[in-house]
Design a protein around this ligand. Structure first.
Ligand code: FES
Length: 576
């Protein structure tokens, strides 16, 4: 347990609102009474903000209304005063052009909610893709004791006896439908069966990857991230999280004590062992930036060279998250990683990571592999550089085709999604299975928001001939549930003049994953000549949030945070 001396009630941050006896506290206390809370409810107690990203339009958080009540139960039990404070919900399926456009807005909202209200500690309720990094980035910058409550994965899908995984099987069956071997009725039945309970995507997509990363960082209770949303263990975990945050406040256990460089290295190791989402690279760099820690693409590549993929979960493997939970969940996987993790780091329950995973074992060696039976010997995410990506790009090698890991082909270039959509299936598109599909104008500024368009569709003509994968390159992201030989996050992006902007149809592109290279066979003089001709596109936004986003967003290799949000701290509000 932590050895910090417990705080006195007068040292609580909320004491400034409720404890002092002046005109302002009269207002706070009388208004608390207006809500229905008397002094017995809050006097001398830590005020716990339950930052809830529930929304009727977010299917992954459908259960969060009830879960907030479970958290409150725990907070009351431990002698705290819970207050549910909603924050914007980033609903991956519905929010356009992409939730990534709003991750930083959620982070700003969370930071300022916690700063401006009488809060001593926070439970952060998230799970759907960008909600996890958004909540953690904001809470880290504010710096109050905080604990993350993961939404948990939904139950696996079913269709005529087949197991369906979120996203992954959508792409698979959509390709079959486009190739003509799946009918409308089949497609409709798949629509009925693929999302059958509350919870986030149950493949190893961005949600499962990021909630696991939060647990590896020490920001959840042990094992919390793997519990399916519909299981009875989930509300019990929620209540335990509520109890624990009260203790964290009394012992003043803040993110700065948990979010060390070693903790981030553990999270990177876990992402690799999970065969996790490429999106986690961007998010973890941004989250580390809030904690004042410089994590770079090279940290990911170094981990990828030494960490085996142990989770046999789609899209890199075969199983789904409820199988992963039944097999022992993240504690079992982390126990299997052994000396690849730093077990000395402190976690939210006040114990070290090593204490938390002591005795954890995998109950099903097919789902959580031992290190001598890894799904892949090396980590799944490789970082590439070269003349086409001077500041780096990434590929999820574990979900790509081995025969395309070293490939050269002629570029077929698309300028944005509309162009792609209009021409990809055209009969006169000059493309074959050796071509390299290039999509540009889809980065952080160009997208805008770097949408998940990086898994470009295979041209129908090639699909019908049985081609299932090709080399695809973009400055976009890709859903963590996607697969294929997709080179992503090319930096700098084309919209701001990165080399991708200069590529033309027919230019030969060389991909060499083992050599960590992505190059175009053009002389530097030719690239310079084209650069002199290049004109920046007109901005998407001339006002509002979008214009701030475009002006202040950093590139993918820097985490796509706003440049003015790195780090933490700001003056405490005056209570007048
Ligand atoms: Fe919410 Fe996938 S849609 S996690």
């Amino acid at each position: 347990m932590t050895s910090r001396p417990p705080l006195a009630a007068e040292q609580l941050r909320s004491h400034r609102w409720f404890g002092v006896r002046d005109l302002r506290s009269f207002g706070h206390r009388s208004r608390a009474k207006q809500i229905g809370f008397g002094e017995q409810d809050y006097e001398g107690k830590p005020v716990i903000a339950i930052v809830n990203t529930w929304s009727e339009i977010n299917p992954c958080h459908t259960h969060f209304r009830e879960r907030a009540e479970d958290v409150k139960r725990g907070v009351w039990q431990a002698g705290g005063f819970p207050l549910e404070i909603p924050a914007m919900s980033l609903s991956e399926p519905f929010q356009k052009p992409t939730t990534m456009l709003y991750r930083n807005l959620l982070a700003m909202e969370v930071e300022e909610l916690l700063r401006s209200y009488p809060v001593d500690g926070a439970v952060l309720m998230g799970g759907c893709d960008k909600t996890t990094p958004g909540l953690i980035m904001g809470a880290t910058s504010m710096g109050l004791p905080g604990i993350f409550l993961p939404a948990g994965p939904m139950l696996s899908g079913r269709w005529r006896g087949a197991v369906l995984g979120s996203g992954t099987d959508v792409w698979k069956y959509w390709a079959r439908k486009r190739a003509g071997d799946l009918g409308d009725d089949d497609w409709s039945e798949i629509e009925d069966g693929i999302a059958r309970s509350p919870g986030h995507c149950m493949t190893m997509g961005t949600a499962s990857t990021m909630t696991a990363a939060a647990e590896a960082l020490g920001l959840t209770l042990p094992g919390a991230s793997s519990i399916p949303a519909a299981f009875s263990g989930h509300p019990r975990m929620a209540a335990a999280t509520g109890r624990r945050i009260v203790e964290m406040v009394w012992s003043d256990l803040r993110p700065s004590a948990l979010l060390t460089r070693a903790a981030f290295e553990n999270a990177i190791t876990v992402v690799m062992a999970l065969g996790g989402s490429t999106n986690s690279i961007i998010h973890l760099i941004a989250m580390a930036g809030r904690a004042g820690i410089d994590i770079t693409l090279e940290d990911f590549d170094a981990a990828s060279r030494k960490v085996p993929v142990l989770a046999d979960v789609r899209p890199s493997g075969r199983h789904l998250m409820d199988d992963f939970y039944d097999a022992g969940g993240l504690p079992a996987l982390m126990a299997e990683l052994g000396d690849l993790l730093d077990g000395t780091v402190l976690t939210a329950n006040g114990h070290t990571l090593a204490d938390n995973i002591a005795g954890a074992t995998a109950h099903d060696g097919e789902v959580i592999r031992s290190r001598d039976r890894a799904v892949f010997e090396e980590g799944s995410l490789a970082v590439l550089r070269g003349s086409l990506a001077p500041d780096g790009c990434v590929i999820k090698a574990s979900a790509a085709s081995p025969h395309l890991m070293k490939h050269s082909g002629a570029a077929v270039v698309f300028d944005g999604y509309d162009d792609l959509d209009a021409r990809i299936d055209a009969d006169d598109l000059d493309v074959d299975e050796n071509s390299v599909l290039v999509l540009r104008g889809t980065g952080p500024v160009g997208g805008p928001g770097m949408p998940e368009w990086g898994m470009l569709p295979i041209p129908r003509r090639l699909l019908e001939r049985g081609v299932t994968d090709m080399v695809r390159i973009s400055d976009a992201r890709m859903s963590g549930t996607s697969y294929g030989t997709c080179v992503l996050h090319v930096a700098p992006e084309s919209f701001v003049g990165g080399p991708l902007a200069l590529i033309r149809d027919g230019d030969v592109i060389d991909l060499d994953v083992a050599g960590r290279r992505l190059d175009v066979r053009l002389e530097p003089e030719e690239l310079e000549r084209r650069r002199a001709e290049w004109r920046p596109p007109a901005p998407h936004y001339t006002r509002g949030y979008g214009s701030v986003f475009a002006e202040r967003i950093t590139q993918a290799d820097k985490g796509c945070d706003f440049d003015f949000l790195a780090g933490s701290g700001a003056p405490e509000p005056a209570i007048h």
